[in-house]
Design a binder for this molecule. Structure first.
Ligand code: FAD
Length: 405
């Protein structure tokens, strides 16, 4: 019998709790989260939920009732202030919880760049249900939205708010959208698709100041001196890992909590999972902090398997998806900007796969509106074996053929 405490009741935290139970853990499982809502999924917040197509109840990963049915003690609005490693406990302002195993799943918060006017009403970030509800209440035909940051969240909100009738400008500091996360050719595809649907994109550009009237945002000024009228400004400039508890507890951190391949920190009783964890990635030989549901789920299972001494989950390629307008993007693997690109299909048809390869070995696949091919392509990338790369361009040969060879 042992006590497990999980800090953070998001995607990773709830997965760890459910997996502990599924793997036969019979001690207490306490899931401490600082939000009021029961654990919920965030991906729809920038997609269907903004458009009113997904209801709040559909976001829930488990109801409070379902959690208690599995003897998971979920405590909402419970913010952990301190980890006491020598005493093996965590502390809120009023309570203390002892642990034999501690899993930190505190995620991250939206980065807020220091820009004059960033505290005006109508300047938003998007991470939680409350953020999404505020933004959604402002979206209406004719409203002007300026988004700083052309990453996935920025582009998804651009797509949803354009569909809601807003006039949208995306301001991106780099020379292409999705600069950190996609090969250049994929960036060009998404830029073209957004522009074709009326989204204005300002590349190599940044906001110098946000201007307001009566405390409410009214415009943004770009460094080029261009002034964009705005009813809403979304700052979509990335995430800061919530690693402060671990830093204060003396655990090694570097923009996230450093963990080994088993999601363990240097303290054998403490694990870190999800957006807050920085894990060594053998393929790229780099420390990587993933922001994806798949990673949160996999690391949640991994931590639970260590706590229960159960077999670890099977290794999985990192993977991710994004929905923008009617375009479904699925990505698996990790690419490097210098990797070779192998295009299968025509981006002009908005249905294609883009592989990347290094030294003759596939490193990733990005599939656009091709869910069937994605499933096979993911297995090909994971196999890491020699393939006739140039032949992958030929769509008359089914991808699954290469699994058999
Ligand atoms: P979170 O889900 O953020 O959960 C962490 C929880 O810990 C939060 O509730 C936080 O409030 C709480 N917490 C923090 N500190 C404390 C404390 N001291 N005490 C108690 N509680 C604390 N991923 C995809 O794969 N595909 C997508 O399409 C996609 N779209 C996304 C769209 C949006 C708008 C956002 C915000 C994210 C999206 N993601 C997507 C990323 C995905 O949602 C995250 O990777 C995932 O939620 C990470 O789970 P997590 O549990 O690590 O963090």
């Amino acid at each position: 019998m042992a006590d497990a405490v999980i800090i953070g009741a998001g995607q990773a935290g709830i997965q760890a709790a459910l997996s502990l139970r599924a793997m036969g853990f019979d001690g207490r499982v306490r899931l401490l989260g600082d939000e009021a809502a029961a654990p919920y999924q965030r991906p729809p917040l920038s997609k269907g939920f903004l458009l009113g197509k997904v209801a709040e109840s559909e976001l829930l990963l488990r109801s409070a009732h379902a959690l208690s049915g599995q003897a998971i003690e979920w405590l909402g609005q419970t913010r952990v202030r301190r980890i006491n490693r020598p005493g093996r406990s965590v502390e809120t302002d009023t309570q203390r919880f002892s642990y034999d195993a501690l899993i930190i799943a505190t995620g991250g918060r939206a980065h807020r760049p220091e820009i004059e006017g960033a505290s005006l009403q109508g300047v938003e970030t998007l991470r939680s249900i409350d953020d999404a509800l505020r933004i959604r209440s402002e979206l209406a035909p004719g409203k002007r939205l300026v988004i700083l940051g052309g990453g996935y969240i920025g582009l998804e909100v651009a797509a949803a708010s354009t569909q809601a009738g807003c006039k949208v400008v995306v301001v991106e500091g780099a020379s292409r959208v999705l600069c950190r996360v996609a090969p250049p050719a994929l960036s060009q595809f998404f830029e073209k698709e957004h522009r074709a649907r009326g989204v204005e994109i300002e590349l190599s550009s940044t906001i110098s100041r946000i201007v307001g009237t009566d405390g409410k945002v009214s415009a943004v000024e770009l460094e080029s001196d261009r002034v964009l009228p705005a009813d809403i400004v979304l700052l979509a400039t990335g995430l800061i890992a919530n690693d402060e508890l671990a830093v204060t507890a003396g655990l090694p951190c570097n923009r996230g909590i450093l963990v080994n391949e088993w999601a363990a920190t240097e303290d054998p009783r403490i694990f870190a999972i999800g957006d807050v964890a920085v894990q060594y990635h053998a393929q790229t030989q780099a420390w990587v902090r993933m922001e994806s549901v798949a990673n949160a789920v996999w690391q949640g299972k991994m931590a639970a398997s260590c706590v229960t001494s159960s077999p670890p989950p099977l290794p999985e390629l990192p993977w991710f998806w994004s929905d923008q307008f009617d375009i479904k993007l699925q990505i698996a693997g990790l690419s490097h900007p210098e990797d070779e690109i192998i295009l299968r299909g025509d981006p002009g048809d908005a249905k294609f796969c883009m592989f990347t390869a290094r030294n003759g070995v596939l490193t990733s696949v990005s599939a656009v509106n091709s869910p069937g091919e994605f499933l096979v392509a993911k297995r090909l990338v994971a196999a890491r074996r020699d393939l006739p790369l140039a032949a992958l361009r030929d769509r008359s040969v089914a991808l699954k053929q290469y699994l058999l060879d």
